[in-house]
Structure formats: C-alpha cells, structure tokens
Design a protein around this ligand. Sequence first.
Ligand code: PLP
Ligand code: COI
Length: 365
Amino acid sequence: MTSLTFTHTPGTPRSAAEREQLLENPGFGNVFTDHMVSISWTKQDGWHNAEVLPYGPIPMDPASSVLHYAQEIFEGLKAYRRADGTIVTFRPRANAARLNTSAVRLALPEIPEELFVSAINELVSVDRDWVPSGDDQSLYLRPFMIADESFLGVRAAERARFMVIASPAGAYFTGGVRPVSIWLSEDFARAGRGGTGAAKCGGNYAASLSPQQEAAENGCQQVLFTDSATTDTIDELGGMNLFLVKGNDTLVTPQLNGNILDGITRRSLIQLAKDRGFTVEEREVTVSEWREGVANGTITEAFACGTAAVITPIGQLKAKDFSIDFGDAAPGEVTMSLREELTGIQFGTREDPHNWLEVIVKAEA
Ligand code: PLP
Ligand code: COI
C-alpha cells in the first residue's frame, strides 16, 4: 500500500511569463502552483487513488463531516531551491510523523510515511519551476487531511482525503525579518488539558482568530497564549513556538506539555543550540519571568519560530496593563545567528550535520 502509483492528469500550466511575475513578490499563502495531490481513503479499502491533478476546486458534498465537525488536520513544510538548482525539503519525515500524531487525536486515518513523502516529492517535481530562487523564498507545502464522508451523525468518518497544495512564499510577516510585537491573550485560551493543543488541526486555528484580531487591533502581529488556568504560564503563539534567550548561551522554551505543538523548527533549534554548547531549558516559562528578566538584564532576546515564520525576532510583548520592550536590543545576536545557521543548512550554504534535508530534484550536471 505504501507503493501506490500516482496517476498524472495534466492541466494547462500557466505561462513562464505569468509564473515569473507571480514569483516576483509572492508574500505568504497567496499564490498556488499548477498542480495538487489527492489520495483517497475509506475504512474499507484503505489508501487508494493517488493522483496528481491540476490545481483547482474540489467537489464536496455539503454533508461532508469536515464542514460540520471540523475533522481536519494539516502540516506545513518547505522546499528550497539551492544556488546550483538542487531542490530539497527539510525534515519531511518529521512532518509525516506529526501528521499521524494529529490523525490519531482527530480520529482520522494514519498515512504511511513513504506515501506522505512520495506525495510531496511528486508535487514538487511536477511543479519544480514554482520553487522560487529569491532571497529567503521557498515553496511552502501544505499537506492536509479532511473527513469527507456525507453523514451528519457525530462519529469518526469512514471516508477521508489527503491532499497537498504548494504555495511559493516569501516572509510570513510583511516587512521581512524585523522585530514583531506580540499580544498577550488574557481572555482567550488556545488549548486546555486533554484538548487538541498538541495536534495540528484547523480547529485550533479557528479558536485563535478572534484573539489574533484583538492582537491586530492593538498593533501586534501575533498572539501569545498562556495555559488556560493562568495568564502567566506561556504555551505558544497562534502559529509559532516561543524562545527566550538568557545571556549569550542559554535558550529557554516551554516544554512539550500536551497543549503546544511539537514544532520541527523548535526541535531543530534546540539541537543546533546544543551543538554550539548552549544550555537549553525546556520547562515551564512565565510572563512574569520574562518581565523580570528583561528588567534586570538577564533575558536579552525573544523570538518566534516555525516553518512559515522561520525565526522572527520579538521586539515587544504587549498586555492590557503593561508591556515588555527590547527596544534597540532587537533583533538580538543569538536570534539572528541561529536564523543564519538554520537557513544556511536549508539553502545549502552550510553543512547539514544531522541529515535533515532530502533531495527531490538534483542539480543538472
Ligand atoms: N505552533 C503552532 C501553533 C504552529 O502552527 C506552528 C507552525 O507550524 C508551530 C508552532 C511551529 O511548528 P513547525 O516549526 O513545525 O512549523
Ligand atoms: C506553519 O508555520 O507551517 C504554520 O502552519 C503556521 C501558520 C502561521 C502558517
């Protein structure tokens, strides 16, 4: 079953001129490539019908479970074009594993790792011309799974569909790599004990949208969630993990507590920091500690990290009654050097000591 053969339905790809124009300044999540992948699943037949199709709308019965009960999960990873033309993806197997962890929590079927990786490779290969080559640009890949059984009873669906779409992308935050302001959500939580906080499911993001609006109204680009019992113990941002930097050699980040996403960027940075001989503290982290640490000079930097955000320096945490400001200290040195190291590995200007990259398209000799 892991060796499903993909059928290819050719569409009418956009012209090279149109593509070049779209790739000039794609932003994040606005532009989509010419194709998409779809693989069907039923309880009876398992995974079948693996297809590469022209990108476009998908037929959906209005009674499909995903439309009513949000039985949906997704992933995010990137393909990078290197100077020599090689195209690579970063840790796709970690995304496959995490999708399957989310699948178990959302009562969706697990997908074999090889099938997940083949789906990514098929799409990137057919749409290779859409992998941009500008500074800090990449092809953002969005695998997702939806329950599409037509049934209104509340139970795990017996029919699902796995798809991959691809979107050439630049920086997630407009304005490139500059410090962002973060809003502390005091009235809304994202996750609670036993909930879906550790899964990458659409419902978590739906719940983050009104706090995100509150953040925007307060001039902030992202929202910081604490655990549901306090407004002090930090979980993560709406779409990113959070790190504080102490001195020049210590990273502090909330431990995987069942409520936050096990970020692949987070995991990679923990490894790179340890390789440098840094101390990495994965533990409970509070806003009070952050506030006191900045006041007494022990906390020197903060950053957000994720596939879309890469590493984004945080300049300020704003709350209803106070703010924590790094002022001219942001972006900090540790933040920017970790960013340089991680992106160097991804774009091939640095060694890849942990074999995180998988080559999809080889450089032409
Ligand atoms: N936390 C949330 C809620 C996210 O949506 C993301 C993005 O995927 C992350 C953290 C970072 O995860 P990763 O580094 O795997 O992209
Ligand atoms: C990602 O980084 O892949 C995400 O899913 C986060 C979202 C803010 C786009």
